[in-house]
Structures are given as C-alpha cells and as structure tokens.
Design a protein around this ligand. Sequence first.
Ligand code: MOS
Length: 745
Amino acid sequence: MPDVIMPRFGSNSGQPTTRRDGIAKVTGTATFAADNQPDRMLHAVYAPATIARGRVTALDTEAALAHPGVVAVYTPWNRPPLAGDPDAKPFMFAFRFEALQSDEVRYSNQPVAFVVAESLEAATEGARLLKPQYEAQPARVGLDGNEPFKPKGDAPFGLPRDFEHGDVAAGHAAADQALDATYETAENYHNAMESHCLVAEWKDGKLELDIPTQAVVLTRGAYAYYFGIAPGDITIRSPYLGGGFGSKAIANGPQILAIMAARELGRPVKLMFRRDQMFGPTGHRGATRQRIRIGIDGDARMTVLDHESLATTSSFDDFIEPAAYASQGLYNAGALRSAFEAVRVDTGTPGPVRAPGEASGSAALESAMDEMAEKAGIDPLDFRLRNYAETEPGTGKPYSSKALRECYAEGAKRFGWEGRPLEPRRMQDADGKLVGWGMGTALFGAPMFAAEARATLLPDGTGLIETAAADMGQGAWTALAQIGAYALGLPLDRVEFRSGHSDLPDGGVAGGSGHTATAGGALHAAGGDAVAKLAGIASADPDSPLFGTGNTGVVARDGWLVAEEDDSRRDSFADIIARNGGAAVVGTGKAARPPEDAARHAMYSHGAVFAEVKVDPELFQVRVTRMVGAFAAGRIINPRLAESQLMGGMIWGISFALHEEALFDKRTGRIVNGDFAGYHIPVNADVTGLEVLTVHEDDPYVNPIGVKGVGEIGISGSVGAIANAIWHATGTRVRRFPIRIEDLL
Ligand code: MOS
C-alpha cells in the first residue's frame, strides 16, 4: 500500500458554513425528544419535595389515583425494584440520585412520587393531589451552612487536588506588596431552554429512548446498569439538544422513574421537567468563597499566587466546583498554591456547569489580578504581561501552543484600551453615566476524550460519515461534517453525516470543550483510513492511472485521488470503486493524542476579554455596553460557529457577573426564584456591542487536526473583565457575584 498523504487542512480556519440543521430548527421540523408522540403514550409528572431535608411520611395516593386519567402513582413505598442502585457509583460520571429508593428527603425539588396519566393535565393534577406530609429538619444552605471539610470521597470526575509549587511561605515573605481578598460566587442552575425530557418505550424487553444527551453511548451504559440489560438492548435517539451545559451528560432520578414506569405499564411514557423542577435533581454550579493572596516584588512580578476555594456540595455526594484550578495554568509566580475545601448543604449535588471551576475561579482570579495591579499602580494588562507564563507554571512544560500575547494585543487594539486612565471614576459619557474599562485573561484546558467514527466511500462517489456525537446547539452537525468531508476529500454537500444515535460508533462526550477535537479527530482518522484503503485499491489496479503509485503518495480532493507529485495522474472515487467490484470502502478511526505529546506539553485555549460598562451615578444600574474577546484556540474549523460559541460564553460571563443567582429561603432551604421571572439571565437588551476575534494559532501537538476547544472559555475572563470595569467606573470593588445595584450604593 502506498504512503497515503493524509488529508490536511490547507489553512488555519475552515469555511464559515451556516448550520446545516438551521432551517429545520427555525421551521420547527427538527424533531427534539419531547416532540415524539408514540401511540398509547402516557404522560408523567414527578412530585417534587417541598422541604429540603427530612422524611416524607404520607402521600395521598388514593386521591391521586381517583383522579380521572391517572394510571399509576409510584412512591417510596411501592416503587418496583431497579437492577442498579441509584446510590451506587459503578461507572465514570456516576452521581448518586433519588429514584424513590427511600423516604428520605435530601433537597428541595427531589422526587417524592411519580405520577403517570393519560394526559399531562391529569398527571399534573394527580401529583398535586398527593399532598405530601413531611417530618422536616432544619435545612442547611449557603457557604456557612455547615463545617468545612476536606473532600476525600468518590466524587464523580474525581475531586480537585490541592496543588503546591515552590515555597509558598517564602513567596509571601518576599513580597513588597500584597493583596489578600475574598470573593464569593453564587449557585447557578444550568437551565437549558429545553428542560430535561424523554420518551421511553419498551419493546420485547428492549428499551427505546428519545432523550437529549450530551453523551449518547456513555448515558446508554448508565441506563443499562440501572435496568440490568445489555447496552446493545437500548436504542437512544438524540439528534438535537436544546442546550445541555453539562447537565445532560448525567442520568437523573426522574428519568429513571419514567423508564421504569414505561416498563411496568407496558406503554410509552413521556416526562418533561417543568422549569421549576430544573432547580433540583439535574445538577448545578455550587457556590464558592475564594480567598486569593498575591505577592509582588518591586517590578510587579508575582512572588506568590495563593488560591483557596470553599465550595458547596450535597449531603450525599462529593462533586466540588474546582474553582482554585484557575490559578494553576495561567500566570508565572514564584510560588503557587491551590487548595480546596467543601461544605455540605441540603441541595442536589452540584455538577459540571459550562466552564466548571474555571468560570467561578477566573471570576475571582481576574478580579484579584486587577486589584493587585491597582495597588502596584500599573495598567492591568501590563501587570498580566509582566507575569506572562512562557511555560506552564508548576510543571515547567512548554505549551503546545499559546498565542495569548497576540490575544492581548489584538483585543486591546480592537477595544481601544490604550490611554485608559489608571484611576477609577475618570470617564463619563455625554449623558453623565460613569464609564469604566476592565479586562481579564481567559484560560481553558484542551482535553481529548475517547471517540470512534466510521467513514464510507460509496459507489456513487459520495461519502457517509458516522459518529454518535451530540449537537447541543453549538453546531456539531456542521463542524463535524466539515471535518469528515475534508478527511474524505469530498465537498460537504456530497457527504451524509449520521449522528446522535446509539447505533453509531461512540462519538464521546459533548463536554469539557473537547467534542470537536474528539469526535472530529475520530472522523478525521476514519476518513483518512477510507482514503488510504481506496488508494491501496487504486495502486494495485492496472487500469488505474494511479497504478503502482507506490511511495509517491496520493491525496484525496473533490472526489478524486490525485498523485501528490503529478496532478495529471488522477482517478475518481466512483471509477476506482466501480472497477473493483463496486463495494463501498469503509474506514474507521479513533480520536488520538499521541501520548508523548500529551506528556510533554501543557495544552490550553487562551483569550483576553475587554469590557466597557456604563453605570448610572444615581441609580447605580450597570450596563455592559461593549465587550471584545480575542481567543486563540488552535485551528478554527468553522469561524461562524466558533465565534458564536465564544460569544455565548461571553454572554454567560455577563450573566454570571450581573444576573444569575439561585436564592435560598434560609428557613426552608427552598429556592425562591426557581423560574425565569426570578432567576435572571441576560436578555437581548442586556447584550450589546459584543465582538469576538479569533487569533491564528497552529498547534502541532494538541491532536492531528490541531483543534482546541471554544465551548467554555468565553465565560472565563469575561466575569472579571466586567467586575473590573465596574470598579473602574465607580471606584467600588464588589467581591461577590452577581454584582447588584445595592452593592454599589
Ligand atoms: Mo460541560 S460543563 O463540559 O458540558
């Protein structure tokens, strides 16, 4: 077989193709999970606990069952057994959850009963008629709810580890100037537009699920465990997700109850969470309190960066928002420390929420950097440049690529940072609004997970690419298809992409900002494999112009194999296949990062975010009027989609800085703003003047396609940039997020 020259991307960024599923989505023809209505389908509603801690002592199941249309009521006292224990943690990403395994109430909105009926209305009314009685205990909420402890348990994803590099005490002692500041961040709930939902149907002992999932094959394994069946006996259809943000990679109790009810009743069951029910069993971002100490020498170089984080976790599992990680990979300091503690509260277990750890950690770190620059009397961007890490702090590893300097330069230029007064309260607009400018650095890891793909060259000269990836709205249907088409040497419109289905090769997890790199890496490898096989056929075929190409190599381009060194020697895919029996040529591939590259290099996406705010001097209403984010994330497959992802992250930054916060009633432990009227997120009127730049970055190590992630990094840096701009406008430092009007009075 000749040495096939693998398809390569000609330039650093690909085509800005519009979403291939866009028209189907805006015309309503795209089928989301809850759009499915199989015959004889029943509707389910779960009854949420209205206390946060204690026991449920009675449920009026008779009243519920007497209501017309109600078919079944499941409670802690009659729930049929599950094969797998919801309190066990038998696989990766397993969280403990509540599926009526006991009468214990561990948080508000946990399911205490599950009602199935002929209509949604009947199920809703049935759940209301249950009128649960409780034995309530005082609930613990907030960071002061309980004694802090050092988590050691079997947390999903592993626990954050304390990190220390260099002599931290000496770093503190050597400082000419020091900052010691404590920041707090609020609980955030994912709240995807499409709430959690599913339609479950059993057919001859096999399970079919229409369910939005960020990880088709992984979550299939979870359902297989809880129901004691083989993963191969479960079909998952998940073509589209209306957002996920981390919450849709994990099984939860109400889902399991819906699947169980469908099995018991022998009919399809649909469950869709109400908005208020999204504030409980589906994960959230824990609150944090972070103490950051920075020391600097006479040249404003950091002698120490010391970051301690306390985060809330539940009473029954150990996920910790890993906020202090934010300080480990970014700035060069003489000594570095990150330390973690947790406090148990009576909420559902926190979980990964878009930019887990990094969002809240960066909010504190980038605020602290600004405060330190202020003390040193230097420009905050200059301060960051003085402490620029040329190699990864702590490990000394070179970065696989790091165009952060270019992000700073291009972002600052675009924003017009130069000439910014150092002192606060120096700028006003024509209406008398106080104007402030702030900035923050963005950092996010560039992980790669496991994924597989298949790529097929068909006799008619078209291609088929397949991997069970997840499109949460980020554009996977498009960007992954672009990678697969490129790898096959075919134009996008001659390639069919099958995805979002459990019959396909495992596309890995749409999470950790690694989906394009991972599923895309697998598609790239599969396409290369198919092309290599086709080239082998051509080279061995005396009738092919490529006969005996041997080691000269061929490339695949526009449906042709072309000899690299002589483009007149070419043969079309369709002709090669036709002359050789007409069988499709199938390639397979896996995502891969060479282990030696992984060991030798530190891998991150980077960015710089600049923000302008205007603050009313009397009402203290804050408006973010402009933001510029400049990001370096390796090869950008589709600039339109990547910029949209980065912008979405920056908008979450506005949300984190100014809006989002779950508020608890301390008497009951219940969330008082569990809906979109009270749980604020930015609307269009809050989002103006956002600009995203991507900075050229070639990364030969991160993976064969040179792709890092863009899904989460937009939040990082943005929160600090806004907080710092608010200080610059008003002279007031607010160290608690979200920043509210009353904090500025
Ligand atoms: Mo995410 S929080 O990696 O889906």
